[in-house]
Design a protein around this ligand. Structure first.
Ligand code: 5GP
Length: 143
């Protein structure tokens, strides 16, 4: 099956271009991380390569090393920032898998013993909560 082409107007492409706001916690020449607006738990962060691809399946392999280096960095930061017991890493490819935004991204979600994840793409979080959580993660990244 031939997958659809990368859509340069997908919501994360717009965020990367600065056309839509986000609560950014990290940025370098190749990778950006910001808060998920419909978090499955407090501190749910998305890590994206700046290079365009729909998902992992069509990504240039050279983007994956820098991406996962920052996934690990953000995972350590959210664990510290929220005093989490663990961290779940999720990544979806194409609609059948649950992907809803078609720019490669990795979910980094702090986890707590006995507390289940909220539904994927569930309710919108308040902007002030996202801002507060982003501040905690930035502080952990800087420590
Ligand atoms: P996917 O299903 O594609 O792996 O996940 C897309 C994620 O993006 C979902 O968790 C959803 O909550 C999040 N999301 C959707 N729209 C926006 C948005 O405009 N801004 C941010 N920061 N996250 C979004």
């Amino acid at each position: 099956m031939v997958e659809a082409a990368y859509d340069t107007d997908n919501i994360f492409a717009k965020i990367l271009r600065g056309e839509i706001p986000s609560h950014r916690v990290y940025e370098d020449e190749a990778v950006v991380a910001f808060m998920d607006v419909m978090p499955q738990g407090p501190g749910h962060t998305l890590v994206l390569p700046k290079a365009p691809s729909r998902n992992l399946l069509d990504a240039d392999a050279s983007t994956l090393g820098p991406l996962f280096k920052i996934v690990q960095k953000v995972a350590l930061a959210v664990k510290q920032a929220f005093g989490a017991d663990g961290v779940t890493i999720l990544q979806f490819n194409e609609p059948a898998s649950g992907q809803t935004v078609y720019h490669l991204h990795v979910h980094v979600i702090p986890r707590f013993e006995g507390i289940a994840l909220k539904p994927h793409s569930g309710g919108m979080e308040k902007p002030e909560i996202l801002a507060e959580n982003a501040g905690k993660i930035r502080a952990a990244l800087a420590s």
